[in-house]
Structures are given as structure tokens and as C-alpha cells.
Write a protein that binds this ligand. Structure first.
Ligand code: PHE
Length: 439
């Protein structure tokens, strides 16, 4: 309960900054010329909303756009029927989606952690900034599509460091097949188990068996798994070359079964680049096709782009500096590009320690709320925020936290004086929003 209260007052504060009318409370917010009602779920911030129309994945010559085109080309050229590409591409879908699209349609349980206010940017209780591109899967299936790519910006509340940013881009896909296509070379095999076909109305699909959904035959599942893994391996080889080291890791997603993640070996460590699996049959049945089996995957564009061009900091994706952009502009999309740091400006590190108010503890204080506040006040010069120390006073039992805030401008040297001033503003905002006392 405490958390709810704290978060509400926090978003209220933010709106007060931005909308002069909001002396009492704000009943609606305007996003892209549309008004949306707000409620106690609302936690989108003006800073986050400012990313909404950037469309980096469509910006000509932007590294995210180059890799998007390479991925699209791979799917266009690998899968055709009658000379036409089998996949259709949706890269301009509206990022505000309903909780039904983002969660319910994908069988994500009511109490699943990914729905938490601390993890998503909610416009209000029923609308949010999509947390993954899979949010559009059911509507496109419902429209009758069987092979499609969904590409766009997704929004998640997260920590701050060189590989995490609250906005990133995903390429999601569905490829579905009917019996005749899947078993083109193996006539007589079936997608569905006989007892499913006999009683498909009352059949309860289960995922207790780790190898397959109970409605599917093992042959269909294995054939799909094989295709899925080969298609995705083909993609990373096209991007990184034949020598790229990869491995498959068993995974769990509410909307696929079985599920896997692919990791690639990059700069001395394994890096997860995508999630995938066989689409849960309930989703296909709800959205239309009831005679197909489908695979789906979702990959993070930033990870691939950063590894491919050796871009060291995710904030650079948002740079409008010509020193960054011209390294990718007017290049062939398949060009071998290695990012050269324009120059590396020094960091400034300031610590921020505070006592928590009585109603909060070290465990109930929402770090993601704090990170959003730091980013709202500090903007893009915030390179990293890390928890440095937790402390409980032995006598008074008062609890305190200490965060290190790393400041660095991507394009110039920051002076200690200007950092100190922003740091002071962050302190002030933390006092106002969370009722903490600066130490
Ligand atoms: N939506 C998942 C994510 O964002 C990725 C995924 C997509 C996994 C489709 C399986 C199938 O992590």
C-alpha cells in the first residue's frame, strides 16, 4: 500500500512541473494530440513521452534503421511464395496499447510481475506504452495474417547503465503453417493430437510436458523448433558472419511453449539476444486460425546493433550529434562499420545518501521510481545510477540508502559546478517526491 501512495505522489509531482494548470490534480494528459484520462496507475513522465515520436528505427542512416533493413531483407529473401515475400512488415504501429493487448491476449496471468507499475509505463489503468512488440501479435493474427514482422519502440522501467535505457526497439515475428505446408515432404503427419481434434471444444491445452503443448504432435513441434532455430541462426550469421558462436537456452514465456533464448558470444561473454518459441495454441484459437501451428520470436535491436558496430553506450542511439550520425549515414546497409568514439569525455561521480521516511524500508523503496526521477531531472547526462550502500542505524533503526550517480555528457566535458547544481536538484526532487531526508 505504501508503494502505491508513494508512486502516486511521485507522478503527481512530475505533472505539476509540466502542466501549470495542475495545481490540484491532473485529470488527463495529451499524447500525440489525443487526451487520455489519468488515474492512480498513471506513471508515464514527460521525459518518457518525449521519446514517443523519435522513430529511430525508421530514421534514414541510423544504425538501428540499418540493422532493421538487414533483418527485413533476410526474411523477405528467405521466404517467398510465387515470387512474393511471405512476410509482411509492420513498423509503424501505435505504441500506446491496452493491457489486453500487452498481457491478456498473450495469456500473461493477472498477477504476473511484468504487469507491475514498477516495471511498466502506464498511461492509466487500462493503457500503457507497450512493453514488448508481442503486444500486437493477436490483433494481426485476428486480421488474418500468418507471417509477419512487428518492429518498433518498447518501454520498460529499468536500472540505468551503459546497456539499459527505458526505451529500446524490438523486432517480433510470427510464422504460421498449416498441415500441408509444414508436412510438405511428409504426407500423412498431423499437427494436432487425435484426442485434441476429437474434442477440440472442451480440450484443455496443457504445458506440463516440457517438450510440447498437449494439443500438438511431437513431430509438428520438433519440425517447427528446427525451422525456428535454423531461421534465427541464419539471421545472426547474416549479421555477424558464419563464425559467430551461439547457444540455445531453455526459457519460459507465458505465450509460447516450448520456449528458448538465443545467446551469442560477444566480447568474452554470452549475451542474450532473443526469445522465441511455439505460440500457445490458445492464442491462435482466440485470434482466428485454428488449423495452424506457429512460431514466434522477439529480438532486441539495440543489443545486436551495439555488438555489430561496437557502440559502447546505449545512450548514443539517441544522439543527434553529427559526430555519431555521420559514421552511419549514406552507407550501404551491409557495410562493415566500426564505431569510432568521437572522443570520450570524463565522468563526474556524486553520491546521494538519504534517510527513508518511517513508512518505507530498504526493501519497499522502489528503485525504479528513483531512477525515473534521476533521469527526469538530470536528462541524458545520467550515465549510471548504482546502489552503493544500505544502512540501518543501530539505535534509531532508521534506514538509509546511498546511490552513486555517474554523470557524463556524450559530446562535451561537464564542469563539477554544473553537475553539483543538477545533483542538488535531484536531491530536492527526491525530498519532495519520496519524503526522504538527505544525509
Ligand atoms: N516478448 C518477449 C520479450 O520481450 C520476446 C518473445 C517474443 C518471446 C515472442 C517469445 C516469443 O522478452
Amino acid at each position: 500500500m505504501t508503494n502505491l501512495l508513494i508512486r502516486t505522489s511521485y507522478s503527481f509531482n512530475i505533472f505539476k512541473h509540466c502542466y501549470s494548470t495542475a495545481a490540484k490534480s491532473v485529470a488527463s494528459i495529451r499524447i500525440n494530440n489525443e487526451d487520455y484520462g489519468t488515474d492512480d496507475y498513471t506513471n508515464v513522465t514527460p521525459k518518457i513521452l518525449s521519446y514517443l515520436n523519435r522513430n529511430l528505427h525508421l530514421q534514414k542512416g541510423h544504425p538501428l534503421s540499418l540493422v532493421r533493413q538487414r533483418i527485413v531483407n533476410y526474411f523477405y529473401s528467405s521466404f517467398t511464395h510465387g515470387g512474393n515475400p511471405s512476410f509482411s512488415v509492420y513498423d509503424n504501429l501505435k505504441p500506446i496499447v491496452s493491457t489486453k493487448q500487452n498481457f491478456d491476449d498473450l495469456l500473461i496471468p493477472e498477477d504476473h510481475v511484468s504487469r507491475a507499475k514498477s516495471d511498466c509505463y502506464y498511461v492509466n489503468k487500462s493503457l500503457l506504452l507497450r512493453a514488448h512488440m508481442t503486444a500486437h501479435q493477436s490483433e494481426l493474427l485476428r486480421a488474418g495474417l500468418d507471417n509477419f514482422l512487428m518492429i518498433g519502440d518498447v518501454y520498460r522501467r529499468d536500472e540505468i547503465d551503459s546497456t539499459h535505457f527505458p526505451v529500446f526497439h524490438q523486432v517480433d515475428a510470427v510464422r504460421s503453417q498449416r498441415k500441408e505446408q509444414l508436412f510438405e515432404n511428409h504426407q500423412g503427419l498431423e499437427i494436432f493430437e487425435k484426442h485434441f481434434l476429437d474434442q477440440s471444444q472442451s480440450f484443455k491445452n496443457s504445458i506440463n510436458d516440457p517438450t510440447k503443448q498437449s494439443c500438438h504432435t511431437l513431430e509438428a513441434t520438433k519440425l517447427m523448433e528446427n525451422q525456428l532455430k535454423n531461421h534465427l541462426l541464419g539471421l545472426v550469421k547474416v549479421l555477424f558472419g558464419d563464425n559467430i558462436k551461439h547457444r540455445w537456452v531453455d526459457a519460459y514465456f507465458p505465450f509460447t511453449h516450448p520456449s528458448w533464448e538465443m545467446e551469442i558470444f560477444y566480447e568474452d561473454k554470452w549475451m542474450e539476444v532473443l526469445g522465441c518459441g511455439i505460440v500457445r495454441n490458445e492464442i491462435l484459437m482466440n485470434a482466428g486460425p485454428n488449423n495452424s501451428i506457429a512460431y514466434a520470436f522477439g529480438l532486441g535491436l539495440e543489443r545486436l546493433v551495439m555488438a555489430l558496430y561496437k557502440i559502447p553506450d546505449i545512450r548514443l542511439m539517441w544522439s543527434t550529434d553529427s559526430g555519431f550520425l555521420t559514421q552511419f549515414e549514406n552507407k550501404d546497409i551491409n557495410a562493415d562499420i566500426t564505431y569510432k568514439p568521437v572522443s570520450s569525455y570524463p565522468q563526474c561521480v556524486n553520491d546521494l545518501s538519504f534517510w527513508l521516511p518511517n513508512e518505507l524500508t530498504i526493501d519497499t523503496f522502489m528503485s525504479n521510481d528513483f531512477y525515473d526521477l534521476v533521469r527526469d531531472v538530470g536528462g541524458d547526462i545520467i550515465e549510471q545510477v548504482k546502489l552503493k550502500d544500505k544502512f540501518v542505524h543501530p539505535k534509531t533503526k532508521k534506514q538509509s540508502l546511498c546511490y552513486s550517480i555517474v554523470y557524463r555528457h556524450l559530446e562535451r566535458t561537464l564542469t563539477q559546478a554544473e553537475v553539483n547544481q543538477i545533483h542538488k536538484e535531484i536531491e530536492k526532487a527526491a525530498v519532495q517526491s519520496f519524503g526522504v531526508v538527505i544525509r
